[in-house]
Design a protein around this ligand. Structure first.
Ligand code: ZN
Length: 64
C-alpha cells in the first residue's frame, strides 16, 4: 500500500499533501560567503530538515 504524505496546513485549515522545497545550493553558498559563515547553520538545516510546502497554498508548513 502506498503511503501518502499528508500534513495539516494551518492556512488551508485541513489535511493536505506536501512537497519539499528545493534548496538552491549556489545561492546558499553565496549567502554563507557574504555572512562570513553565519548562514552555514541555516544552510545545514535546509539540507537535513527540508521545509514542507503545502501543495495547495504553497506556504511552508512548520510542525511542532
Ligand atoms: Zn495550505
Amino acid at each position: 500500500m502506498e503511503k501518502k504524505k499528508i500534513v495539516f496546513c494551518n492556512k488551508c485549515n485541513k489535511e493536505v499533501s506536501y512537497h519539499h522545497d528545493k534548496v538552491n545550493h549556489f545561492v546558499q553558498f553565496i549567502i554563507t560567503l557574504f555572512s562570513c559563515g553565519l548562514w552555514l547553520p541555516m544552510w545545514l538545516m535546509m539540507i537535513f530538515g527540508p521545509t514542507k510546502i503545502c501543495d495547495e497554498c504553497n506556504t511552508p508548513i512548520w510542525e511542532d
